[in-house]
Ligand binder design. Structure first.
Ligand SMILES: Nc1ncnc2c1ncn2[C@@H]1O[C@H](COP(=O)(O)OP(=O)(O)OP(=O)(O)O)[C@@H](O)[C@H]1O
Length: 280
């Protein structure tokens, strides 16, 4: 699999002092409290590998440290493995033992439903259950015997960027929602589980600029409240606006991790090409 963009980059091994050793305190604009939280590693990925059923390498030894209370972007060309890594973080595909650790615990040793409550995911395409918006938001907590009040549902919808002064939105059927509304309900449904980590796979790709802005504000507020967020996005302006650090993946490997400014300054052909095409 390394025959693609990595093979053309004359940069490996990386120089001493490479960005993967970045200090979270250097992340531009990070608040003091966040810096303190960000010294804690929430998720560690250690030499994560995956082969396709035909033997092709999909992930060839991914190493990542995702700091608590930060927004960590996963960026890179299509097919570089971003979603595959994201899906491993809450065992939507089963990683090998001792490859992914949450608060130091091997996630393959944790009870999977509990793990998915702690590490919630919002997909690119909202996939709502048949029923009302409120039914969807209530679903996760109900599984553990918690019934959310109407007020709590409203709060979660507002948090997910749905302004609804009429308070009628919660009773709408999932069939009546636009793609953008469904996406925000999907975010509210995930937040209802009060996750510690939020995995976002292209969460705003179906949204207009106003809704995108609301979701970005929500994500930044969640970070302020201590949540750890891992964001896959092709929208480099969005990455620039909200992430603390990003990891650039190519051909199933990590190229490097750093602030976007740091990544942009690396003299790595694949990165330079990527950023020049993304025009940021
Ligand atoms: N279950 C699978 N079996 C075989 N190949 C797979 C499987 N899942 C993903 N792949 C392949 O793994 C590679 C990485 O896919 P992935 O979806 O993780 O990339 P990505 O970086 O998220 O891409 P995009 O930005 O287009 O969403 C792709 O070549 C994809 O075709």
């Amino acid at each position: 699999m390394l025959g693609g963009c990595l093979a053309t980059a004359q940069w490996w091994p990386p120089p001493a002092g490479k960005l993967s050793n970045y200090c979270a305190a250097q992340a531009t604009g990070a608040a003091d409290a966040r810096d303190a939280a960000a010294t804690v590693i929430k998720i560690r990925v250690d030499n994560l590998r995956r082969l396709a059923s035909n033997g092709a390498t999909l992930l060839s030894g991914i190493n990542l440290e995702i700091k608590a209370g930060t927004i960590h972007g996963l960026i890179g060309p299509s097919g570089s493995g971003k979603s595959t890594v994201l899906r491993a973080l809450n065992r939507l595909w089963e990683p090998p033992a001792r490859a992914i650790f949450l608060d130091g615990a091997d996630i393959t040793q944790l009870e999977v439903i509990g793990l998915r409550r702690r590490v919630g995911m919002v997909f690119q395409a909202a996939c709502l259950f048949p029923g009302s918006v409120a039914d969807n938001v209530r679903y996760g907590p109900l599984l553990r015997g918690v019934h959310l009040s109407d007020e709590r549902i409203e709060e979660l919808l507002v948090r997910a960027g749905i302004a609804d002064p009429s308070k009628r939105f919660a009773s709408k059927s999932e069939k009546e929602l636009s793609g953008g509304e469904a996406q925000r309900v999907s975010l509210a449904r995930t937040l209802a589980n009060e996750p510690e980590v939020l995995l976002l796979d292209e969460p705003t790709s179906a949204l207009d600029p106003l809704s995108t802005n609301l979701v970005e504000k929500t994500v930044m507020e969640l970070r302020r409240d201590g949540m750890t967020v891992v964001l896959v996005s092709h929208n480099m302006q969005q990455i620039e606006r909200i992430v603390d650090v990003a990891t650039f993946l190519c051909d199933g490997s990590v190229v490097d991790t750093g602030t976007l400014e740091q990544l942009k300054q690396l003299r790595v052909p694949v990165l330079q090409q990527f950023f020049s095409i993304s025009s940021i």
